[in-house]
Design a protein around this ligand. Sequence first.
Ligand SMILES: [Zn+2]
Length: 473
Amino acid sequence: MKAILIFLLLALLQGCAVNPVTGREDFVLMSESDEIAMGRQSDLEVRKQYGVYESKHLQEYVNRVGQRLAANSHRPNLTYHFTVLDSPEVNAFALPGGYVYITRGILPYLGSEADLAAVLGHEIGHVTARHSVKQYTAATATQIGAELASIFVPEMNTQAGYSLINVSGNALLSGYGREHELEADKLGSEYLARTGYDPHAMIEVLSVLKNQEEFDKVLAREEHRQPRAYHGLFASHPDTDTRLQQVVNAASSLEASPHPVVGRRIYLQEIDGLTFGDSPAQGVVRNNEFLHAGLGIALNFPPDWVVKNTPKKLQAISPGADAAIELTLVEKYAGDPALYLLKRFSTQEATRIGASGLQGAMTQISPKAEAAAFVKDGNLFAITAVANSAQAFSGQRAEMEKAIYSFHSLSSAEKKLAQGLRISIRHAGPRDTFESLSKGSPFGKNATGYLRLLNEAYPNGEPRPGEEIKLVE
Ligand SMILES: [Zn+2]
């Protein structure tokens, strides 16, 4: 028995150890078929968690660009999948086995097909160098005893039985560390060159994303949210990063095309009309007011609270992180909101309340929590206000109840706001400046900076007359 066990362990360690990029043997615990199975399983989770952006045309375009690069990569025989996720975050990431994702939030900051190819090429580099597999191996190698025990349990005999997102989801989204990121940049540059793009697009795109990151740190503080940062960025600016310059220059001296493809025109056409910022389907947040066009409702959260709007829930956290307000939807509930509360929270009494013409009810759940419910158009909306102590609850009760009572049907002005924002491509006129173009913009005092960032003119460039530029409307 012991001999079989050791044999299996050795087979597991050696059967799959050649790195496709270096040709050398790696300490990797996974065969290619396990890698693909794991990617496929995690792909379902990613799609569920983020949602897929609804534009067949754009999905096909991104896939076409990605497939051309993948065919020129170190693992051309792998089946690749490229997906645009419906997320305002600025990011891209790859799962093992050839699953590559790019958010719609990163697309407005790219200026051409070559830029898009640079982001996808970097992610293909993570796949071909098997970075996420290595990350996974590092996380599981310490538990090798447990893994061995499970080898004899039939349904657990493949690593794909474990969720990759749970083990190394952090690395997927936040990057793999300096060395792996630089290797992905190097590989991506090579794939760009072999596909007919200028590998310097890698430096260009990282520079734009670095500027975006710096700018967004300031905005995020003002808007009380997490900054939107691309995972592959490091402390030094890409323009002056000597190691990055080295790997990109090496790629261009090897196989650069004399007439590299830029593809600005086609790229801008593809992203014309793209959703920018919050998705109207998930509801938008403007100055801490949540507006949902489809449900026809709005709610004002306290001004300095952090609002988190995910497909799963809508939540606002107090500045001291000691209290939260959460809005949840119970579909197709036309009954009495008071009865709902009594049953849901097992409380003895509920008070009827009215907010902006909507009938609702409220109940005290405990010394540190209360809940309200409103029925509108056959849906029930439950709002809970919770603190982590009775003291924190009473200190913030007035503010939380103000938010509860602010629940209302959308006004016609709010309906327009709730439609969300879109990218619009225009030709710059002879007198246009980014300052003049940003008049009436939804970004207020930060509008000029935003427009410059979106048009690769940050921090002080101006549009050239006749040039195609991106606006947000
Ligand atoms: Zn990366």
